[in-house]
Every structure is written in C-alpha cells, then in structure tokens.
Design a protein around this ligand. Sequence first.
Ligand SMILES: O=c1[nH]cnc2c1ncn2[C@@H]1O[C@H](CO)[C@@H](O)[C@H]1O
Ligand SMILES: [Zn+2]
Length: 338
Amino acid sequence: MRDMLKKLPKVELHCHLDGSVRPETMYELLLEEKDLENISLEEFEKMVKVEDGCNSLVEYLEKFSYPLKIMQSKENIERITYELLEDLSKQNVKYAEIRFAPFLFMKKGLSFDEAVESVLKGMERAKKDFNILSNAILACMRYESVDKSIEVVKKGEKFLGKGVVAVDLAGGEEGFPPEKHKEAFDLAYEKGYNITVHAGETGRDENIIKSVELLHAQRIGHGIAAIKNPNIMKLLKEKDIFLEMCPISNLQTKAVNSIDEYPIREFLNNDILVTVNTDNTTVSNTSLDKEYSLLIEELGFSIEDIMKIMENSVKATFLPEEEKNHLKRIIEDSLKNI
Ligand SMILES: O=c1[nH]cnc2c1ncn2[C@@H]1O[C@H](CO)[C@@H](O)[C@H]1O
Ligand SMILES: [Zn+2]
C-alpha cells in the first residue's frame, strides 16, 4: 500500500511556503547569518517542527518565526521555493499551489515585487528541472489591517495569470472575523483573482458562511467547523465549495481532539468536495503520503476514496480550464504506469 501511495500522482493545494522550508536549509542559512545558538541540527529540527504537546493554533503559528528570519533575501526565497518543489516532485506531486504572505518577506528591505518574483523564479526553475507545475497564492494576514490586504491585492495584480492565481486570508481566526477584510476581497473578486480563505479551522462555523458569502471564497482552508451546522454543509454542497483539509495539522492545533472525531468521512458522504493537503510540511512534519496513510490506517479509507479526493483536487485547482485538462491528462498518464 505504501509503495502504491508513493507512486500515485498527486496535487497539493494548501501548502504554506514558510512552513515548508527544509530544516537543513534553515539551519545552514541561520548559521551563515550568525543567528543561531550553538545547537546541533538534530536539536534544531525539534525546534522548527511542532511538538506533541502543541495545544493550539496560536502555539503552532509560533514556529514560523524561524523560517521568516531567513526568508528575507531574493536568493533564499528562490532557493526555498525550488527545494520545496523538488521535495514534492519526489513524491510524485504533479501540480502544487504554494501560498505565502509577501509582507512577511519584506522585513529587511525587499520590495513586494522582489518577494513575489523570487518565488516565481524558484517555481520556473523547478518546472524545468523536476517537471513539476506550480502556481502561487498570495496570503493576506487576518491580524493586519484591511488596507494591508488591499495592498496585497493591488500590488499582486500584475502577476495574476503569470504565476499568481489567487489570494488567501491566513493567521489565527480568534478575534479576527472575515468581514474585517471584505473590502480587499471585493477588490480581489473584481480583479479576477481566485479566492480561498482559512475558515472554521479552530474558529467559529459562521466564519465559513461569511467567507463564502462576504469574501467570495471558492475554496475554504480546513472548514472543519462545518460539521457543527447542517446548513453550512448544505451551503458548501450547493455552491460547489471545495474544502482544503489538512488532517495532521488539524490534529496538532487541536482543531479536533482525535482522528476519530475528524469529519472527513461525513463530508464525503454528504457530497462535499473534499481535498487533502499538508498545510506545512516542516512545521507539521508531514507529506501527502503521510496524510493519505493516516486516512487509510486510522479511518479505513480505500484507494478508491483517495482517488475520489484526488479527482476533487484536480477540479479544485485554480488553473484555467485548458491547463486543468492538461493536468488531468498528466495524471491519467501517470496512473497508467502504476
Ligand atoms: O493552518 C494555518 N492556519 C492559519 N494560518 C496559518 C496556518 N499555517 C500557516 N499559517 C500562517 O500563514 C502565514 C503565511 O504563510 C504563515 O506565516 C503563518 O502565520
Ligand atoms: Zn493553512
């Protein structure tokens, strides 16, 4: 089964660049910048991955301080993007949408354009070297002002269709309701961005409705809280909203207490368009293979269930129709060789 999973062609839709930096690269770059105490790589790896005792999303998000220290130069950002895509291609990921918040890469003088261009360069290089397709999603942060989000939308526009496909709203939900960013997401909608929003992760179920109805979300990051409310499940189904679920991250942030409480089977049974993703390969110490293995081993998922999820993922991509069909063909060809 494990071998079979490895060979399956895959699609990754919810992966934060800053949460998915190779620990060895972070270690090397922090040492270079003399920003690391005298510790071994093994000790460092423990520091950058979430521990078993993690109690909340807020605690989980503290892990992002390490990668963000070194994601402040063009070279580092390009290298990190390239390496992530290399790692994904080794797991037979054929297409990935990678998200990041440009402002978090601008603490030491990079401009918005330089931050975005560095990611896109890494993607281009990975496409040539590893034959993996990818696009970027620009994240706005909930704790920032709506004006900052508007800036992301306006400054990102020139990259739309040229490597950038969408905007997202990320960060802890508690205290930062979606409507705060409505003006930015109205603008993104007008400008033709695709839209995904983190909602109902550890927060309230009403954030899911608000993200769909007020922020124009076509996809919802996580969306676990929908299980609490049949009306929300109905809304998701009627509007063909895709859920980007990330099981291992959701266990770590205590969005659910145990895998038995994870509502993915109920969502599938209710014809909700579920996809499965990693969220953060380093912080969550995960991979798509690990996520699928968990569903198979703990929730009794079959290969057919996994294939259904994969089919949903292809449909959920923010690719133009023609490129989506191209991806479908790539996946079908790869399946023939299993
Ligand atoms: O699961 C998550 N929920 C909400 N926000 C997240 C999650 N993972 C990462 N980030 C946040 O998104 C920023 C941009 O990539 C990261 O810096 C982190 O703060
Ligand atoms: Zn996320």
